[in-house]
Design a protein around this ligand. Structure first.
Ligand SMILES: [Mg+2]
Ligand SMILES: [Zn+2]
Length: 274
């Protein structure tokens, strides 16, 4: 393990569009969605829209086919694979839903590269209709969000806090996102973490207006090619600085064992082998 956790947003970060809009547009439900959007929260409306989709004879297979065609920049999947190969722990934090995300990732053969997906739960019921539920049940208790920028069903800052609590302190986080909902978790990142906002997207504007509240190192990106380049560069430089620290520590230890600095490399190898 590289000691790095990479947390991806899904919509407009991994994929090029918003998966909810993509599915509804492709199935011909855009107008109804737009009509109803002012009447209920987005997450509740998506569950309602899946009823409409089902009632009009569209099947789970129809939704799956649409999800497989979701636009994605050609360098995103290679970037995910490389980050995994470099030993990073990959996670997704998204306000889409688990069915959309897993269907997409499985189609691209990368589902198993992610250790966790934090999103709205969803499942196909006995009638073959997709049900979508809120990540946080706001009918029972309001969402404890510090910025009031998050939707009622999900504050990604809460998820990031949980991830941070589960990690050893020396692990570094890299967070990638584009939307308003990615600002709240950005505030939770530490000085040793890295924030990769998508340039000229809503999270970017919020970050620019609130720079003094962000302590993580910021590296913006515009498209999948830049995402790949910057992410892999960041991972490689974090890994080599961590190795340097390890070597320095090993040097300290080895000098007491009368091992010369020339043997430093061997020492590292033997330490890794253990
Ligand atoms: Mg997004
Ligand atoms: Zn929040």
């Amino acid at each position: 393990m590289a000691g790095i956790v990479v947390v991806f947003d899904f919509d407009k970060t991994i994929i090029e569009c918003d998966s909810d809009n993509w599915v509804l547009d492709q199935l011909g439900f855009t107008d109804l969605f737009n009509q109803l959007l002012s009447t209920m929260p987005w997450n509740s409306l998506m569950d309602r829209m899946m009823k409409e989709v089902h009632d009009q004879g569209k099947t789970i297979e129809d939704i799956t086919e649409v999800l497989k065609r979701t636009p994605i920049h050609p360098r995103i999947i290679p970037a995910i694979k490389s980050a995994h190969e470099l030993g990073c722990d990959l996670k997704i934090v998204s306000d889409a839903n688990i069915f959309f995300i897993e269907t997409f990732l499985k189609h691209h053969g990368v589902r198993e590269l992610f250790s966790e997906i934090h999103t709205n739960p969803s499942f196909v019921n006995e009638e073959g209709r997709l049900r979508i539920f809120p990540h946080h049940d706001f009918t029972k208790s309001p969402l404890p969000c510090n910025t009031n920028l998050c939707p009622p069903n999900m504050c990604k800052a809460m998820v990031i806090e949980k991830i941070q609590a589960s990690l050893s302190t020396e692990k570094k986080l890299i967070y990638l996102g584009d939307g308003i909902g990615d600002f709240c978790p950005s505030l939770k990142l530490k000085e040793t973490d890295f924030l990769m906002p998508r340039k000229d997207f809503p999270v970017w504007d919020l970050i620019c207006q609130n720079k003094k509240h962000i302590v993580a190192e910021i590296h913006e990106w515009s498209d999948g090619g830049e995402l790949e380049h910057i992410l892999l560069h960041l991972i490689n430089s974090i890994v080599s600085s961590m190795e340097e620290n390890n070597n320095n520590n090993n040097n300290g230890n080895s000098s007491s064992h009368l091992v010369s600095a020339v043997d430093c490399k061997l020492q590292t190898i033997s330490v890794t082998a253990h």
